[in-house]
Design a binder for this molecule. Sequence first.
Ligand SMILES: [Zn+2]
Length: 274
Amino acid sequence: MPAVFEACRRCPECNRGQWNLCRNAYSRWSTPADQAPHFFGTFGTHWGLNGNQYVYKVPDNVSSKAVSAANCALSQMVAAVDAGDVRKGDKVVMLGAGGLGLCGATLAAEAGAEVFAAEMAPSRLEKAKTFGAHHGVDLTQAEDGRERVEMLREATGGGADVLIDLTGVPGAFSEGVRSVRPGGRFVSVGNVSPNKFTDFDPGLFTRSGVSMHAVIRYPHYFLSRSIRFLEETPHYPWEDMVDTDYAFTDVRAGIQAAEDKTVTRAGIVIGTED
Ligand SMILES: [Zn+2]
């Protein structure tokens, strides 16, 4: 299995060992398919790799369907749980229980943490419990952001040791930081789209002593860690991470279902179309 982006090993970030920040990570993305060698992107029957991607062997006892979690959800969450320095006994909140949240819950649980999955789509919470979450927090029970923070602080007995924001909702950034205990760790993963803004109280943040970490992509070798993790944790229902399969010809329906959050993770299975 290859990493989905590149590490050029030549740019300043690569030379500092921060491969996940390679400034050439997406050198071939959005290249039109009529240019040779044609297979640059996803949603295709073939995919052309180059020497700046890293390829790891999948063990025989890890199925193709299970290993689809590794790229990039599980690998991304290996990086996020590392950044949050999750330790045994920590109270860890996964803010968002889609594919990333489920992967994060397993990693935190295996590290010995007490895991809370928090969601605005409460139908996802039961599934999160099969992926390592010990508690589900239904944030639809709160009226507003202030109440959501109160709910999370109460559930975790005064604030999370670590909160990993996977929502992609700018407002959740501020709420997430305020839901962490003084001196705890906040990890931002979900908010990746630029030019979206939110109110943030820097004074409250400074006084809280919370440390913030941003995690984008993952160092390539984390893919090998996540494949090994899949091999070592067959007690999680990895094949159920993708809850609905779509034929290649139904790509649009799969994307729509993911966007509408009517599925946790949509799978596109090539070779099943009519
Ligand atoms: Zn680079």
